[in-house]
Design a protein around this ligand. Structure first.
Ligand SMILES: Nc1ncnc2c1ncn2[C@@H]1O[C@H](COP(=O)(O)OS(=O)(=O)O)[C@@H](OP(=O)(O)O)[C@H]1O
Length: 217
C-alpha cells in the first residue's frame, strides 16, 4: 500500500533529521528526488529547512535546469549548486563515461560534502531501479558521511502514483519518452517496455556496484 510506504519513508526521514548535525538533500530534477523533496517538506511542516544540493555537470537538458528553477521558486528552498565544469574538454564529454561521471559528478559531490560539513546526505535511489541497488539499506554509512535513502522501497509506479496523488509538477522530458534522466550525451528515451535505466548509457556498459565504489549516487 502506498500510504504505508509513505509513512515508512516519513519515519526514516524524521529519525535521520533528528540525528543529523548537518543534513543535505540531493535534487537532480528527476522524479524520485522530487518525491523525496516533497516528503521532506511534509515532515518539516511545509518548508524545506535543509539545503538542497544539485550537482550541475554543465551538460544537463535545458528542461531539467528549467524544472529545478521552477521548483526552487515554488517551494522556496535553499538551492546549492556545485560543479566541476571545465574538468573535461567539451569534445570528450561522455566518451570515457567512468572518468566523465567521476570528474563531473563525484568530485563536486565530495567537495560539497566537505564544504557544507554534511553528516547526512539524503538521496532518492530505489531498490527496483537496478539489481545492484536491491541490497541497499535506508541508512548507509560511507567514509565521511551517512547516506539516507528513504525511497528504497518505492517502485517506479509508486513514484508516479505519489506524483499524481499530490498533483506535483514534474520535468517535461518524462512526457517525451525519457524514463531516467542523466546528462544529455548519455541519456536517450527508452522504448516501450524497456528497463527503467535502459536510456542511461553508463548503465549498459558499467556495472552499478562499480559506480557505487566510485562514489556515484
Ligand atoms: N546531478 C545530481 N545532483 C543532485 N542529485 C543527484 C544528481 N544525480 C543523481 N542525484 C541523486 O541520486 C538519485 C539517483 O540518481 P541516478 O540513478 O541518476 O544516479 S547515478 O547518476 O546513476 O549515480 C537522484 O534521484 P533522481 O534523479 O530523482 O532519480 C538524486 O537523489
Amino acid at each position: 500500500m502506498l500510504t504505508e510506504k509513505i509513512e515508512r519513508s516519513k519515519e526514516i526521514i524524521a529519525a535521520a533529521l533528528e540525528q543529523a548535525k548537518g543534513a543535505m538533500v540531493t535534487f537532480s530534477g528527476g522524479k524520485d528526488s522530487l518525491v523525496l523533496l516533497h516528503l521532506i517538506r511534509t515532515v518539516q511542516g511545509g518548508k524545506i529547512a535543509l539545503p538542497v544540493l544539485n550537482i550541475d555537470t554543465g551538460v544537463k537538458f535545458p528542461e531539467i535546469y528549467r524544472f529545478i528553477d521552477k521548483m526552487q521558486r515554488l517551494w522556496g528552498f535553499n538551492l546549492v549548486r556545485e560543479n566541476n565544469i571545465g574538468a573535461i574538454p567539451p569534445e570528450e564529454i561522455g566518451r570515457d563515461q567512468v572518468q566523465c561521471c567521476y570528474r563531473l559528478k563525484t568530485v563536486p559531490l565530495k567537495r560539497a560534502l566537505e564544504k557544507y560539513r554534511v553528516s547526512h546526505l539524503f538521496t532518492a535511489i530505489r531498490r527496483d531501479e537496478h539489481p545492484a541497488r536491491a541490497g541497499e539499506d535506508y541508512i548507509s554509512p560511507r567514509e565521511d558521511h551517512i547516506r539516507v535513502q528513504p525511497l528504497l522501497h518505492f517502485t517506479r509506479e509508486d513514484i508516479w502514483a505519489y506524483i499524481r496523488l499530490h498533483h506535483l509538477p514534474y520535468c517535461s522530458l518524462y512526457d517525451r519518452g525519457y524514463v531516467s534522466l542523466g546528462c544529455r550525451p548519455c541519456t536517450s528515451p527508452a522504448g516501450p517496455g524497456e528497463a527503467e535505466r535502459s536510456g542511461r548509457a553508463p548503465a549498459k556498459e558499467i556495472a552499478m556496484p562499480d559506480l557505487r565504489q566510485l562514489g556515484y549516487f
